[in-house]
Ligand binder design. Structure first.
Ligand code: ADP
Ligand code: MG
Length: 694
């Protein structure tokens, strides 16, 4: 990514033939110039292995010892792989919760009983025993002798030695030609080393380097690589933001007649939070500059209504408004609410989704392309080629974290610089949103509709089935509704489907023959999904067995019990979203998280957090503290491009300084900025429409 244009084939390296070169492609390296960017994922300080009895839970160590035994432990569905190691002073259990056949074979081949091993990883206690999870493993003979030894990411068929050898050759051949794109004074100011020094040092850390900092990914060299991509990221957003602000927009002129009518017809009044946020948005809409606003509000805070009201203003002004949502279920739901309101108010509304029949679709498209004032709800179908909105005034993106930055920006390009509102429940602390969503202003909906009671959360294990069934039966007696959700079970959608549908069958036939039980999966045809959701909403079904299609946005106020099966497989934020499906009316609601006893300590902690906390914001704080492997913030889900080195949460201070630096460089302009913009374009690879830098 940071290389010049001439690429040298991998085949020119010694020891790299056809087969091996293909393996490197799996690591993201298609040429010699790419190899230096495969940075080690861990470092072992072989000169100082830690005696096992001195290890303290919670820290990362390197130990050296002899393999006593290697075995697999099987639980119902999955197992753990374990290696018992002794260093003559103590015994340590190395443990893998996630592994595939290849890793298992690799460990069995390289670490038979009696062999020497050097393992690096985080140590914890479990059931009173000291354990190291998913350690980096090496034979003492691997790599280049002693000192600090880099451990590279591998892929099937590649060894540490092969990667090391190829990388070393690439360093000699190409690294000195790499060009630093960050201006010298910026590097100096932030005390960052330059690109070439950073890459060389990451592959061959000099003696005396702080190994812990290396393993945290927090060495000055790591920081240089992270800062580089963050700067390019922020520059892209900033540039985009500046260019959008230069485009003359138009103000949405409306008296607010439709809003007033709608308010009168609602069975409740808007919360203070909703009023406040609407005021901020109305201000933006009435200015001649396209709005770029993020509306952030916890699950259930009433963002949809805010969006609808804004759309009404656009329609009243004689223009079009579009709401884009991530799933068809959600599109149907929003549309069914909105079309009712629209009808009462006498305005046009249209639904557009990918799975609509071609006749229906054409009807919808005809209305949209006619340019007449209309409120449109749809899925990704809205950003497809050929969907033109001749008088688009406002675009709203719901559950923005489910869309990529790029998709978000694609919709912005429809029509002539429309106003733009994105909504999310991802409770990222305010200080971070400014940094992450660099191109948006932020409004926060910090008040829940009145009468909401916190959802009580309970953990059940497998042996509590009878109690679970009792809880479900009791719930539906009071004409309440129950969700039962199944996660991805074996990594394929197919088995997710079968878990949910098999269970729906069992519930119908064996457990609750007297109840009406619906089934909802992502794969069902759209009209079937719509029917099932409606039947559940109006009470024809009492229980809905579903896959995670209902994770976001679904609103059934009569649902009071959420059962999450295999709750340990969900991230914190997903659990928070799922739990947010209940507790939307005034009745007390509960969430039962079902998990087997043999869950990882991290999963246990996640479940415990859910029982303790209800606010999305607090859950986010907890997330920041735990930073477990689950990555439940869903960095990718949050709509960020893939960063190779930086982590949006962990590296937030770097994000902030990249943003500041970016602003300054753009303000200053001149050659420096021009040169940088070329790299920015490469980084975003044409995904952002930037003003030409020529
Ligand atoms: P989210 O912010 O998660 O998208 P929704 O917009 O789905 O939340 O709203 C959740 C529920 O709260 C809906 O049933 C909605 O009708 C209801 N609601 C919204 N605003 C209010 C209000 N001011 N008073 C009472 N109920 C409200
Ligand atoms: Mg919503």
């Amino acid at each position: 990514m940071e290389t010049g244009s001439g690429k040298t084939p991998l085949l020119t390296l010694k020891g790299v033939g056809d087969k091996v070169s293909k393996k490197f492609a799996n690591l993201g390296a298609g040429s010699v110039e790419d190899l230096p960017f495969i940075i080690p994922r861990a470092y072992q300080d072989r000169s100082h292995p830690q005696p096992i009895p001195t290890l303290v839970p919670g820290a990362t160590y390197t130990v050296r010892g002899q393999v006593m035994s290697l075995y697999e432990k099987r639980y119902q569905r999955r197992g753990t792989l374990e290696i018992m190691v002794s260093d003559g002073k103590g015994v340590l259990l190395l443990k893998w919760f996630r592994y595939n056949r290849w890793l298992k074979k690799n460990l069995e081949d390289n670490f038979p009983a009696g062999s020497e091993v050097i393992a690096t990883g985080r140590v914890d206690t479990f059931a009173g025993q000291l354990q190291m999870y998913h350690p980096e493993m090496a034979n003492p003979g691997d790599g280049e002798g002693q000192g600090i030894v880099p451990i590279y990411p591998l892929t099937e068929g590649l060894t540490q030695r092969a990667v090391k050898r190829a990388v070393e050759q690439s360093l000699d051949m190409v690294v000195d030609h790499f060009q630093e794109f960050i201006p010298r004074n910026v590097l100096d100011e932030l005390s960052l080393p330059d690109l070439v020094t950073s890459i060389r040092s990451l592959h061959n850390p000099p003696a005396g380097t702080d190994v812990e900092a290396l393993n945290r990914g927090d060495s000055p060299w790591h920081r240089r690589l992270k800062f580089g991509e963050l700067l390019l990221f922020q520059l892209g957003l900033l540039q985009h933001r500046r260019s959008v602000r230069q485009v003359p927009g138009f103000s949405v002129e409306s008296e607010g007649e439709l809003e007033n009518k709608l308010r009168d017809s609602l069975p409740f009044t808007l919360t203070g939070g909703q009023d406040q946020v609407l005021k901020e948005i109305r201000d933006d809409l009435s200015r001649g500059v396209p709005m770029q606003r993020l509306l952030q509000g916890d699950v259930g805070s009433g963002k949809t209504l805010v969006a609808f009201i804004c759309m009404l203003h656009a329609v009243e002004s004689g223009r079009q408004a579009a709401l884009m949502v991530p799933t068809e279920v959600l599109a149907e739901q929003h549309f069914s609410n909105m079309s009712q309101w629209a009808e009462e108010l006498g305005i046009a509304s249209v639904l557009l989704t990918g799975s609509m029949g071609s006749k229906e679709k054409k009807k919808a498209l005809d209305i949209i392309t006619s340019g007449r004032p209309v409120a449109v709800v749809g899925t990704h179908a809205l950003i497809q080629e050929g969907v033109d909105f001749p008088s688009l005034a406002l675009v709203v993106v719901d559950e923005q974290h489910r869309f990529g930055v790029v998709q978000r920006l694609a919709l912005r390009k429809k029509g002539e610089s429309p106003h733009f509102l994105v909504m999310t429940a991802t409770p990222i602390p305010r200080s971070l949103t400014m940094v992450l969503y660099g191109d948006l202003d932020v409004s926060t909906l910090d008040e829940m509709p009145p009468g909401r009671k916190p959802v009580q959360t309970i953990i059940f294990n497998e042996s509590d089935r009878a109690r679970l069934h009792l809880a479900i039966a009791r719930e539906v007696k009071d004409s309440n509704r129950v969700f039962i959700v199944y996660p991805l079970v074996e990594e394929t959608e197919k088995s997710e489907l079968s878990a949910a549908s098999e269970m729906a069958d069992r519930y119908r036939k064996e457990i609750f023959p007297n109840l009406k039980i619906g089934l909802l999966t992502g794969r069902m045809p759209a009209n079937e999904k719509e029917r099932v959701m409606n039947d559940f909403r109006n009470g024809r079904y009492q229980v809905l067995v579903a896959t995670t299609v209902i994770e976001v946005g679904v609103d059934v106020p009569d649902a009071t019990l959420m059962v999450v099966e295999h709750a340990d497989r969900f991230g914190l934020f997903q659990l928070h979203q799922l739990r947010g499906r209940v507790g939307r009316g005034t009745r007390p609601s509960r969430c039962i998280l079902v998990a087997t006893e043999s869950v990882t300590p991290e999963a246990k902690e996640r479940l415990a957090v859910m029982t303790r906390l209800t606010s999305g914001f607090e859950i986010a704080q907890e997330d920041l503290k735990m930073r477990g492997p689950g990555d439940f913030f869903g960095v990718r889900q949050a709509g960020f491009p893939d960063f190779r080195y930086a982590h949006p949460i962990r590296d937030r201070s770097l994000f902030a300084s990249a943003r500041d630096t970016g602003e300054r460089l753009l303000d200053k302009g001149g050659n420096e900025a021009q040169n940088l913009l070329k790299s920015v374009e490469e980084f975003w690879s044409g995904k952002l429409e930037l003003p030409s830098s020529g």
